[in-house]
Design a protein around this ligand. Structure first.
Ligand SMILES: Nc1ncnc2c1ncn2[C@@H]1O[C@H](COP(=O)(O)OP(=O)(O)O)[C@@H](O)[C@H]1O
Ligand SMILES: [Mg+2]
Length: 172
């Protein structure tokens, strides 16, 4: 009986923690006017090129832009933007993106890897944690656009990805 109640307690705690995280994500996502996801299951198809060009063009036209590179197989944004070697600053639980321009903030998994050739083999559940952490903990401020480059794991369903971003599945 005692064991059952402690399991119940753990479940409740976990649920509370998940709700708090969801609330934090909702709060962050509300400050982003437009979210653009650039996805493909394959590498080398031009995701990073399109995303970087779009992000820089929007920033140069005066918009506040965030660029989030969560392509775990080849986070090439730091290289394309000549930001290799930059590191992410953390203040408490908040991660500060690299400021490419005053109105262009960049966050990439590449900043967390030791070398540009490193690859990370993370399956679905770990990708979720990473996306969640970048959404929850990065201080993007108020953005007109957040462009996010993904290479979803095979088992990552469109439904779960869309629920993260509070976007309708049919748009993915
Ligand atoms: N429209 C295009 N035409 C020709 N080559 C391109 C085009 N877009 C991207 N490339 C080249 O293709 C390669 C892969 O592009 P990249 O953006 O890194 O793809 P991904 O991010 O999907 O892996 C790069 O060498 C890039 O310069
Ligand atoms: Mg890429």
């Amino acid at each position: 009986m005692a064991k059952e109640s402690s399991i119940l307690q753990i479940d409740e705690n976990k649920q509370e923690q998940m709700q708090a995280e969801q609330e934090q994500i909702r709060h962050k996502v509300k400050r982003i006017k437009h979210k653009i996801l650039i996805l493909s299951g394959k590498g080398g198809v031009g995701k990073s090129t399109v995303a970087v060009n779009l992000a820089v063009s929007l920033a140069l036209s005066g918009k506040n832009v965030g660029l989030l590179d969560i392509d775990i197989h080849g986070p090439s944004v730091p290289k394309i933007l000549n930001l290799e070697g930059k590191s992410i600053q953390a203040v408490g639980n908040t991660l500060l993106p690299v400021e490419m321009l005053e109105n262009l903030k960049v966050m990439s998994i590449g900043f967390l890897l030791r070398g540009s050739e490193d690859a990370v083999i993370w399956r679905g559940p770990m990708q979720y944690q990473m996306i969640k952490q970048f959404l929850k903990d990065v201080d993007w401020g108020d953005l007109d656009f957040l462009l996010s480059i993904h290479r979803p794991a095979r088992e990552m369903s469109r439904f779960r990805l869309s629920s993260f971003w509070k976007m309708p599945t049919e748009r993915l």
